[in-house]
Design a protein. Structure first.
Length: 286
């Protein structure tokens, strides 16, 4: 693993010798991405710690320099402790100066339209969060906010896109035509340590629509997922359904869940948390 805090970020041309499985088309898209980012004097990157926002941050730093790139993070009960720590670790490895990190405490559980947990939940959250990000950037005399959406994000219903459009948030990965596979390929090429990290979303997405969002419910989801993650079930999700709990896992982990010793331990744990039945979604998480 490369520690970028002690070296200069390599240019695109310097990385041509380490192409790996990348196609020329993918590399060309990355070149287009970097050139487009050079149009800005200063940017803020909405950073979640996922591979998309990490590659975007990396590209922005290459294009205009780390001293012109602010990193904005919204911290709240919607993120697990593990996710917060992972994001901070990535920023350290990329050598992002503390002064360029704008970490904003958000309180979505006091937003009535969000707590109601309607299908528009993500729109309300994204709009409030990005409005807050813009206010913080204005204090730094910076007006451009970047979001890490990619082409594949257009394939599903994402209410948050409406907020992105309304606020004129830029989507450079999407504009460059990069899909998720290409993002991961480039992240691996540039030695970004989360290149193979499973896709994730906030804890609120585990709660069924129409069920009010409460801190206790989110904390329970975090505790249950941490139990599975600590046993190497990477990328798992836990979704409470009244007295039942539904586990979503990757294909290889679905097979592991059937092992007797694992199954017995899981049933015991989830029953101790008040669930009567433990169900496994047979459709693997991508």
């Amino acid at each position: 693993m490369v520690n970028f805090s002690s070296i200069s970020l390599p240019s695109f041309s310097q990385m041509q010798m380490n192409k790996g499985a990348d196609t020329p088309d993918t590399e060309n898209k990355y070149s287009v991405l970097v050139e487009a980012l050079k149009d800005f004097d200063c940017v803020g990157v909405a950073f979640s710690g996922g591979v998309d926002s990490t590659l975007l941050l990396y590209a922005a730093c290459e294009a205009i320099g780390r001293e012109q790139v602010f990193v904005l993070r919204g911290l709240s009960e919607l993120l697990s402790k593990r996710e917060k720590e992972s994001a901070s670790k990535i920023l350290n490895e990329l050598g992002i100066d503390k002064d360029m990190r704008l970490e904003i405490e958000l309180h979505p559980l006091i937003w009535p339209e969000f707590v109601a947990n309607t299908p528009e939940r993500c729109y309300f959250c994204k709009k409030r969060m990005y409005q807050t990000f813009f206010r913080q950037l204005e204090k730094k005399n910076c007006t451009v906010l970047l979001d890490g959406s990619n082409v594949d994000d257009l394939k599903s219903c994402r209410p948050g896109f409406r907020a992105i459009h309304e606020l004129d948030v830029k989507t450079p990965l999407l504009d460059a035509g990069l899909n998720k596979e290409e993002v991961r390929s480039l992240a691996k090429m540039y030695h970004l340590q989360n290149h193979d990290k499973p896709s994730n979303s906030c804890l609120a997405t585990r709660i069924a629509e129409g069920t009010n969002l409460e801190k206790e419910k989110l904390s329970l989801v975090e505790k249950c997922e941490e139990f599975l993650l600590s046993r190497d079930f990477a990328g798992c999700r836990v979704k409470p359904d009244k007295k039942n709990v539904i586990i979503q896992a990757t294909g290889k982990d679905i097979e592991r869940l059937a092992v007797s010793s694992v199954r017995i331990e899981m049933v015991h744990f989830f029953q101790s948390e008040g669930f009567e039945r433990v169900l496994v979604d047979l459709k693997p998480r991508g």
